[in-house]
Design a protein around this ligand. Structure first.
Ligand code: NDP
Length: 254
């Protein structure tokens, strides 16, 4: 697999996202960290949402050392967050940042890989909470602010992070696969409702050199995979692509 030329040939201006605000979930590691850095490197103020504060602080330091706008750290464990926590987040984004141009649903758990008949109900619930309920609650809370942003500035974009097993079920991928099908569904329903006023798309990164990938494929040589930084080009493209809405996209091609 390799990055789609659409993204490798993309030549973003350094100020592509200047003055814009982008929230990235799971911004402390893997693909989310790379998306956050890439958005900041192109001028965005990034809200770094994640559960491990030390990781978010390291990303904050990296963005500052790379000359990006000061990011905001928003510690939040999506496994335990309740609806009022999402309302509080939306309230703070509105009052302190005044706009939200991009929402990147990236955080996810891979959970247990094994047969459904051995899947523990507790593990299933936690996975659905992080992978499905959290993107629903975040979208629900933040769409009004994104509507206002799109009305004022002509543009806002929500990106759901999918997976190949969210488009075709595969044995032993359990709740993770099911959760990614749900993400595709949420993306399509929201896209149909919002009708392009706020753009909504799903993006499957394909195999990327991260901790999650290594946990699922321990025998694989990570050097054969694209890096999170390479993958992040696809998110940057999608955050800016003004005529792309309601699409089911892949970052990589065979
Ligand atoms: P990683 O495991 O490397 O990173 C996942 C991020 O999500 C981490 O920052 C993690 O935080 C965060 N996260 C997990 N649980 C929670 C939680 N309860 N609350 C808040 N944050 C949480 O994964 P990847 O970077 O590989 O994956 C990113 C996205 O890409 C996921 O949606 C994944 O499903 C998708 N994907 C990845 C592929 C790949 O090959 N890597 C392939 C297909 C899809 P912490 O660091 O604190 O654990």
């Amino acid at each position: 697999m390799r990055l789609d030329p659409r993204y490798t040939e993309f030549r973003p201006a350094p100020d592509l996202l200047a003055d814009r605000v982008v929230l990235v979930t799971g911004a402390g590691d893997g693909i989310g960290r790379a998306i956050a850095r890439s958005c900041a490197a192109h001028g965005a103020t990034v809200v770094l949402l994640g559960r491990t504060v030390e990781k978010l602080e390291r990303v904050y330091d990296t963005i500052r050392s790379e000359g990006g706008p000061e990011p905001a750290i928003y510690p939040m464990d999506l496994a335990g967050a309740m609806p009022p926590d999402y309302e509080a987040l939306a309230e703070r984004c509105g009052s302190e940042l005044g706009r939200l141009d991009g929402l990147v649903h990236n955080a996810a758990l891979i959970g247990v890989l094994g047969p459904i008949e051995h899947y523990s109900p507790e593990a299933w619930q936690e996975l659905m909470q992080v992978n499905v309920n959290a993107p629903f609650l975040l979208s629900r809370a933040l769409v009004p602010l994104m509507h206002r942003t799109a009305s004022a500035h002509g543009h806002a974009s929500i990106v759901f992070t999918s997976s190949g097993v969210g488009r075709r079920g595969r044995a032993y991928w359990g709740g993770y696969s099911v959760s990614k099908f749900a993400i595709e569904g949420l993306s399509q329903v929201l896209a149909d409702e919002l009708d392009g006023s706020v753009r909504v798309n799903s993006l499957n990164p394909g195999p990327v050199r991260t901790r999650m990938r290594a946990s699922a494929f321990p025998a694989e040589d990570p050097q054969t995979l694209i890096t999170p930084e390479e993958a992040a080009r696809a998110w940057l493209w999608l955050l800016d692509a003004r005529d792309v809405h309601g699409q089911v996209l892949d970052a990589q091609i065979p």
